[in-house]
Design a protein around this ligand. Structure first.
Ligand code: V47
Ligand code: SF4
Length: 367
């Protein structure tokens, strides 16, 4: 395959990629600083095709946000509220279990569960939440709690990280989502979310989870005050941990949405930046198999295009998204399996329904 590069400065990067030489921070910056979007996308597509051929994945999943009460109150978050505010809620494990049993959730293969940092919830609440879902839908995977929540649950329970993870795992936890990473950089963390765990702690929790035998995802929240150098450093930090543990399954760039946040003056990310970020992630993260184009945040149409810029997964049906829609997302709140399949197939790819671990599952024949 010969890719067409209008920016000659990308030639050394292309040479490295063709020769399977690992890219470094300078290459990452060169990619980010180039305006040759088609060239960058072409290089990322070459890597994506080598790894996944013409396959593009999606999952029949459901997002559940168990509480919006959060003591962290990150400046970029429109979803969280203080205890006592109007509109706060906590879903009970019973309620979550009986909702999961409803016929409309029959095909759901993954429950993706995240919530605020709510000091009123004891350790048993989290265990009961997982157990309720496993009882209602034993075949579905419970993918739950970011590293931020795991750190908090452990502190609330007075347990070590290892014992906390073991308890959650025994209840049925099978995997962790990748949220809470934001930007692994103390400057950004101090400015935008000083109460959240540090970058070092996020990595420590993930490493401990990986060592306990669970896979996780990883994310990057981009498009606010972070610099391009900080984005590249974030990706290389994830790559270093992945070299050690191999526990990251997918990487998901999260495009910042500013409506109803303390940063509402910031403009939305551009399609140009969204595609470039996916492509750079595919190229720097040579040891993470899957790059998601999260349609909720970049929109259904751009997510489809992103499949030719390095992404191999559209994530899922979601069914009811709250976090990004509270912050102004204009994408659908959920998609059907047939809509996802159509997105993949009309972009020229083979649609593969997967479980949480990227194992193909038999087609449902639409939903
Ligand atoms: O941790 C919060 C981010 C994350 C905003 O692992 C915002 O498969 C944009 O992590 N604009 C939660 N982003 C979502 C998440 C996720 C999503 C899909 C798949 C997976 C996975 C993980 O959303 C939070 C935070 O980083 N977020 N507010 C906002 N205004
Ligand atoms: Fe709380 Fe998470 Fe929102 Fe931060 S992003 S305020 S930790 S719910």
């Amino acid at each position: 395959m010969e890719t067409v590069l209008s920016d000659r400065r990308l030639l050394p990067v292309w040479e490295k990629v063709k020769n399977s030489v690992r890219l470094d921070a300078e290459d990452g910056m060169r990619l980010y600083e180039s305006n040759d979007l088609a060239g960058i996308g072409g290089i990322a597509d070459y890597v994506r095709k080598k790894r996944h051929g013409n396959k593009a994945f999606y999952v029949h999943n459901r997002h559940i946000n168990y509480t919006n009460i959060c003591v962290n109150r990150c400046l970029f978050c429109a979803y969280s509220k203080d205890k006592g505010d109007t509109g706060t809620y906590v879903l009970s494990p019973d309620q979550v279990g009986s909702d999961a049993k409803k016929p409309e959730n029959a095909g759901v293969r993954e429950f993706h569960i995240v919530g605020g940092i709510n000091p009123d919830l004891p350790f048993d609440y989290y265990l009961d939440l997982i157990r309720a879902l496993k009882k209602a839908r034993p075949d579905a995977t419970v993918k739950a709690f970011t590293a931020v929540e795991i750190d908090f649950i452990a502190r609330m329970a007075g347990l070590s990280l290892e014992d906390t993870i073991a308890g959650l795992k025994a209840a049925g936890l099978a995997m962790l989502p990748g949220g809470g990473a934001e930007v692994l950089c103390d400057r950004v963390r101090q400015k935008l979310f000083a109460k959240k765990i540090s970058a070092a702690r996020w990595l420590e929790v993930m490493e401990t989870v990986h060592r306990a035998g669970l896979v996780t995802n990883a994310t990057l929240l981009y498009g606010h005050i972070e610099t391009l150098e900080e984005r590249v450093d974030h990706l290389l930090t994830l790559r270093r941990l992945q070299d050690t543990t191999g526990g990251f399954s997918a990487f998901i760039p999260l495009a910042f949405h500013s409506a109803n946040t303390k940063l509402s003056a910031l403009p939305p990310t551009t399609a140009y930046d969204d595609l470039k970020t996916i492509a750079v992630a595919r190229l720097l993260l040579d040891n993470i198999d899957h790059i998601k184009a999260y349609w909720v945040m970049i929109g259904e149409k751009l997510a489809q295009v992103a499949l030719s810029f390095g992404a191999d997964d559209l994530d899922g049906t979601i069914i009811e998204e709250r976090i990004t829609h509270t912050a102004g997302a204009t994408s659908a709140k959920g998609l059907t399996v047939s809509q996802l399949r159509h997105m993949v197939e009309s972009a020229g790819f083979e649609a593969v329904e997967r479980d949480s671990f990227y194992r193909p599952v038999p087609e449902e024949g639409g939903a």
